[in-house]
Structure formats: structure tokens, C-alpha cells
Design a protein around this ligand. Structure first.
Ligand SMILES: C[S@@+](CC[C@H](N)C(=O)[O-])C[C@H]1O[C@@H](n2cnc3c(N)ncnc32)[C@H](O)[C@@H]1O
Length: 410
């Protein structure tokens, strides 16, 4: 181990070498495991990873949330411990000798660990990495994800409709001034029939946002189809969509059946709805749904997907949940929240506590912020009882864990 940095009373260390295999350890499936910052649990076998994640969740729930309701066993799909990602955005860098590097950052640094394969990526995308890298190597386009060296390519984006096989490729660049760009995009569409489109996303800002706001079509179609919960969804270059399609579907189906069994067809707010990944399946089950989402392009996409699936009982509003929720709460029986990692803002929890809908479903990607929010919503002075806490492993080999909390008003 090499000690790297101290944050308050905690030291962070980097594993440099394994001298003895741990009892529950194994040879990691990725040859770059000791260097790449992507998947830090792959030295543990699959069941030990799940146990570790479950313990982290239970610790957070009891220490931060003071919740004594036991959580269910973690929902896993052993057939998808690897090869589950339907999307990747991979940094690019061309060095002074002209060699192109493509890969994720080394732990704790901004140095790219060069890769040709990524075992957690769906094999249908993984097979494209090496030939695309070779094609990019053969151009004279500059590449530097961080833009320290000036303008050029920044990231390679790959997106898969895991149920349709359709692929959308994206070059993220600070400039469109790349000679032969259209020709290479056409070559990719010709060579691989599953590549339905190639886009250029312009991100000229020197910040850590991977994608910019402008996307140009280079070849084929701008969006690909994915099938999700028996619906047909169109996904574009910048669309947020859950990266593990089957696991996302499993947890959303769990949420939908819990609500239908308990409340029958009812009125539901889907706050932080993205492109309607939860709102649309709920509407398909007969609920009347209002989706709230900050990102306007996602709202447009959600409306398009509602029309595409002939769903008429769902509406979407663009804006901040904090500004829209209080007005919507009195006319709805159920609320679904799926916030970013930072969880619910205190004002949003205040609004829920002031006018609590009968049913509350909270899908969280961070056990610590979920626990913090549950303490207020379902603790001694809260207004909800916990019905179920269902952890779900969307991201095997990494430390991340999703959890669905299903609550009923006391
Ligand atoms: C974890 S994603 C969930 C998206 C969607 N439920 C899904 O499963 O695909 C969180 C979403 O919340 C949106 N968001 C973040 N802050 C927000 C806010 N203050 N008000 C409304 N939406 C917000 C983001 O744009 C993003 O689409």
C-alpha cells in the first residue's frame, strides 16, 4: 500500500501489490486492475463484493440514518458481473511522439491508463475499442481530454441499445476542425452495420464536464433505440440513461409492482425523472404521472418517448424539483424520487414532510445520502414507515451500490 492523501481523520491509500491473496480474493478479471481507477473491487470475488456492499449500506443506514429496518439481500445478476455497461465515455490523449492513448485515469491522477479492452463494457462495444483506436491513431488529429495541449479530441463515446444491438458512436472534441472527420464516420457506419450513427459533440470549455451542449450528426442517425420495460426508447448522444439495462429494469419493475399492489392505479410524481425511465413504465401501468426534470433536453426526449409509446397519462415539466414540487404534491398520492448522488436538498425534504404523499419510493445511488434523508423522512420525527429496502448491484467490480427504499405514510 502507498499512502496518498489525508482527508480529516482518514488516510487514503493505493494498492501497489498483492503479496498474499486475501481469503476472498482472486486474480482480477482486468489486466489493468492495479493501475486503472475504474473498478476498485475486482480483487474480491463476486459474492464477497456483494457482501462488502451490503455491509456498507447497513452501516450507513444504522449509523447515519438510525434506521433499524433490515435491508433485503442485494439484487444481483451473476451472468452480468462483467460486460454489463451499455455506455462508455473514454478519455483520449496523444503524446509528444504522436502515440494515441485511450483509457481511464490512473487512480488519483490524470494520467491515462492505455487500454484496448474493458471487461465491464458490453462485449458488443468492447470489440470496437481497438479498431477505433487504431483508426484514430492513423489520423493526425491532436487529442487531449484535459485540453492542456490545446484544441482537439477529448473523449470517445460509445452507446449501445442492449436489446436492439444498435450502436451510437461519438467523438467529443473541442473543435470541429478535424480533416477527414466525415469520411472516417462514414467508414465506421459502412464497416459495422450495427453502428447506426456517428456524432460529434463539441465541448470547448476547459472544465471537467465530459459532454458539451452542441452535437452534430456526422453519419447515419442521431439516436438509437433501446427497449426497456416493454417500451421503445430513443437515446441520443447526451441522454442520461441507466448504464446497466437489465438491472435498472429489474428495480424499476419492483417499484412499479409495489405501487400497483399497494395503491392501484394512482397519481404519481416522478421527481428527477431524466428521460422518463421510471415515469413511462408507470404510465404504461395505468398511473397518471407528472415527471419533473431540470435538464430541458431530457424533458424533450421524455415527451418524444411518451408519444412514441402512445402514453397519454404522462406529462413532463422542465425545472428544479425544489421550485416545482410543493405545488404538485397536494394533488398526488405517490412520489418517486431518483436524485443525483448528493441526495435530496433539505428544502425538498421539508416540502415532502409538509405535504407527504401516501406512498414514497426513493431510488438512490449513494447509501450515505439516502440514509441522511431517510433519517428525516422515516426516523422518529418523520412521517413514513419503511416497507422495503432493496439494494441492487448496477455496477459490479466497483464500490457503487443502488438502493430502492419503499415507504408508506404512517
Ligand atoms: C440519477 S438521474 C435519474 C434519472 C432517471 N430517473 C433515470 O432513471 O434515468 C438524476 C436526474 O436528476 C436531474 N436533476 C438533478 N438535479 C435536479 C434538480 N434540482 N431538479 C430537477 N432535476 C434534477 C438530472 O438531470 C438527472 O436527469
Amino acid at each position: 500500500m502507498q499512502l496518498q492523501q489525508r482527508k480529516r481523520s482518514q488516510w487514503f491509500a493505493r494498492r501497489t501489490e498483492s503479496l498474499l491473496p486475501a481469503i476472498d480474493g482472486r486474480k482480477p478479471p482486468c489486466i489493468l486492475a492495479n493501475d486503472c481507477g475504474g473498478c476498485s473491487l475486482q480483487h474480491l470475488n463476486d459474492s464477497s463484493q456483494t457482501d462488502w456492499k451490503h455491509r456498507q449500506l447497513d452501516k450507513a443506514l444504522s449509523r447515519i440514518g438510525e434506521i433499524d429496518h433490515p435491508s433485503e439481500p442485494v439484487l444481483t445478476d451473476p451472468s452480468l458481473a462483467l460486460g454489463y455497461r451499455n455506455r462508455a465515455l473514454i478519455p483520449l490523449h496523444r503524446d509528444a511522439e504522436g502515440k494515441l492513448r485511450m483509457g481511464y485515469y490512473r487512480r488519483g491522477s490524470h494520467r491515462i491508463v492505455n487500454l484496448n479492452h474493458c471487461p465491464v463494457l458490453d462485449p458488443r462495444l468492447d470489440a470496437l475499442l481497438e479498431p477505433i483506436k487504431q483508426d484514430l491513431q492513423a489520423t493526425d488529429w491532436p487529442a487531449d481530454a484535459d485540453l492542456h495541449q490545446g484544441d482537439g479530441l477529448r473523449h470517445l463515446g460509445l452507446r449501445l441499445g442492449s436489446r436492439t444491438d444498435a450502436v451510437l458512436l461519438t467523438l467529443v472534441s473541442s473543435t470541429s476542425d478535424l480533416e477527414g472527420l466525415h469520411g472516417l464516420a462514414q467508414e465506421w457506419c459502412r464497416r459495422w452495420p450495427q453502428v447506426k450513427g456517428v456524432t460529434l459533440n463539441l465541448q470547448p470549455q476547459r472544465n471537467n464536464k465530459v459532454l458539451g451542449t452542441q452535437t452534430r450528426l456526422l453519419c447515419g442517425e442521431e439516436q438509437i433505440e433501446e427497449r426497456f420495460c416493454d417500451l421503445s426508447l430513443l437515446l441520443g448522444t447526451t441522454t442520461f440513461f441507466q448504464v446497466n439495462t437489465p438491472q435498472a429494469e429489474a428495480v424499476i419493475q419492483r417499484l412499479c409492482s409495489w405501487l400497483l399492489q399497494n395503491a392501484g392505479p394512482t397519481t404519481v410524481i416522478d421527481a428527477y425523472c431524466g428521460i422518463g425511465t421510471i415515469a413511462l413504465p408507470l404510465a404504461a401501468q395505468g398511473h397518471t404521472v407528472l415527471g419533473l426534470e431540470l435538464h430541458e433536453a431530457s424533458v424533450d426526449q421524455a415527451r418524444l418517448n411518451a408519444a412514441r409509446n402512445h402514453l397519454e397519462t404522462v406529462q413532463f415539466k422542465a425545472g428544479d424539483v425544489k421550485a416545482l414540487l410543493a405545488n404538485a404534491l397536494p394533488s398526488h398520492e405517490a412520489l418517486v424520487v431518483d436524485p443525483p448522488r448528493k441526495g435530496l436538498e433539505p428544502e425538498v425534504v421539508d416540502q415532502i414532510l409538509e405535504c407527504p404523499p401516501r406512498w414514497l419510493a426513493y431510488l438512490s445511488c449513494d447509501p450515505a445520502t439516502l440514509s441522511r434523508d431517510l433519517k428525516r423522512l422515516a426516523g422518529d420525527s418523520g412521517v413514513y414507515d419503511v416497507d422495503q429496502l432493496q439494494p441492487v448491484d448496477f455496477f459490479p467490480q466497483t464500490t457503487h451500490l443502488e438502493c430502492l427504499a419503499l415507504l408508506r405514510r404512517r
